[in-house]
Design a protein around this ligand. Structure first.
Ligand SMILES: NC(=O)c1ccc[n+]([C@@H]2O[C@H](COP(=O)([O-])OP(=O)(O)OC[C@H]3O[C@@H](n4cnc5c(N)ncnc54)[C@H](O)[C@@H]3O)[C@@H](O)[C@H]2O)c1
Ligand SMILES: [Fe+2]
Length: 386
């Protein structure tokens, strides 16, 4: 298999680039557009602001704000109905990973027959979706530059991972100013999601020469900016740095793959609605402890970039130091343990351990981990994170 690298054909990065949305839609020949967002983005303003700008530019805008956090197949169908009813020609997504992922799925179903579950897994979507401009407001998932969408199948309580080049947005407008409104707990959770993308992209069995520098740069930006963005929400330099990290992390992982942390994190999100970044954060230290001896040099490099150890430390010492560093990072960012996350119930957690472990393995992500676990080892890792 050749190394593959896919990203949107236009990525604009910097303060104020959200104002380019109308010009990009016109370039793509789109006049009737569905703006996909959530109620919080409407309340806070960015979705309304962008919609007004598009209307002032003479475009016909319909707003769909019915996306919930961890979007579902039902959200996608509701958006698709509106898209078809209004005879739209393309999509703009404004929000975190949830609205962007929902918009990708709407885009896909506008050109490919339902149900979405037919396309779960790798490279199963036959035709390109309709054009999508993604404008992220978290830093973050990097979904604006990835060929991945994560949608909950409500019949099975599973977060489906769908990866296809046919899901790529045409344009990503990566404007850190939209992240200034994120409260510290959201900044922390989505920031650790970004860090997890960088680490997993770098240690993945599918990492390659084009994804490696992006993954390492992502980690370096997180090392420099996450704690400041958390402590000082209005710090432009830190917000800009984390936005670059999120975008690079997305480009890296989508082309090399996430691994065991994401594989195990999705079932927690599907069952307990723990925010995605948080469900990664609670797993990251234990899974690093489980994995590092299978890719010691790579984990050592990550540890040195993060400042977990001295640059002179040998690989074994450096890689091992990463576990304690990640535990300390969670604590510095006031991220709770799994048992303390809102919505997580111990009885339901134990009843569902086998389902969660088999759903994790079925997603395909754990198979890219440096050390590939069995179902029993995944259950033990869930217990350890508890
Ligand atoms: N497609 C991909 O490549 C990819 C990668 C990683 C994660 N994901 C998925 O993305 C989803 C998570 O996305 P997310 O972490 O960005 O969060 P989100 O989109 O679910 O948003 C979480 C909450 O934060 C609010 N919010 C968003 N931006 C804000 C801002 N600037 N200020 C204040 N509040 C804001 C939202 O309104 C929402 O209430 C999950 O479903 C996850 O599985 C997708
Ligand atoms: Fe993620």
């Amino acid at each position: 298999m050749p190394d593959q690298f896919n990203v949107p054909s236009v990525i604009l990065i910097g303060g104020g680039v959200r104002h380019e949305a109308a010009a990009q839609l016109k370039r793509l020949g789109i006049h009737r557009v569905l703006l996909v967002t959530d109620t919080e983005m409407m309340r806070l303003g960015p979705a309304r602001e962008i919609s007004s700008e598009l209307e002032e530019a003479g475009l016909d805008v319909t707003i769909f704000d019915g996306v919930q956090a961890d979007p579902t197949d039902k959200n996608v169908l509701a958006g698709l109905n509106l898209y078809q009813e209004r005879d739209c020609q393309g999509l703009v997504a404004v929000g975190g990973g949830s609205p962007i992922d929902a918009a990708k799925a709407i885009s896909a179903l506008a050109r490919n027959p339902a149900p979405l579950s037919h396309y779960a897994g790798y490279h199963k979507l036959p035709f390109p979706g309709v054009p999508l401009i993604a404008i992220p407001t978290t830093a973050g998932t990097g979904s604006e530059v990835t060929k991945v969408t994560i949608i909950t199948d409500t019949d099975r309580d599973v977060k489906m991972m769908i990866l296809s080049v046919n899901l790529l947005p045409q344009v990503a407008l990566v404007d850190y100013e939209l992240t200034l409104s994120m409260p510290p707990d959201l900044t922390a959770a989505v920031g650790v999601d970004t860090l997890t993308h960088g680490i997993e992209a770098y240690v993945s069995r599918k990492a390659h020469a084009t994804t490696n520098p992006l993954a390492l740069s992502c980690i370096e930006h997180v090392a420099r900016h996450l704690k400041t963005a958390y402590a000082e929400p209005g710090n432009h330099e830190a917000r800009a740095g984390m936005m670059v990290a999120a975008c690079q992390g997305g480009m890296a992982f989508a082309n090399s793959s996430v691994c065991l942390v994401h594989g195990m994190s999705r079932p927690i999100g599907a069952l307990f609605h723990v925010p995605h970044g948080l469900s990664n954060a609670v797993l990251l230290p234990s899974i690093t402890r489980f994995s590092w001896q299978s890719a010691t040099g790579r984990y050592a490099t990550v540890a040195r970039i993060l400042g977990a150890c001295s640059h002179a430390a040998d690989d074994m010492t450096a890689a091992e130091s990463l576990v304690a560093f990640l535990e300390q990072l969670n604590s510095d960012l006031n991220l709770p343990r799994l048992r303390d996350c809102r919505g997580v119930d111990e009885v339901r957690f134990r009843e569902n351990l086998i389902k969660m472990a088999s759903d994790a393995l079925a997603s395909g992500s754990p198979q890219n981990n440096p050390r590939v676990p069995t179902v029993d080892q995944i259950i033990a890792l869930y217990e350890e994170a508890w």
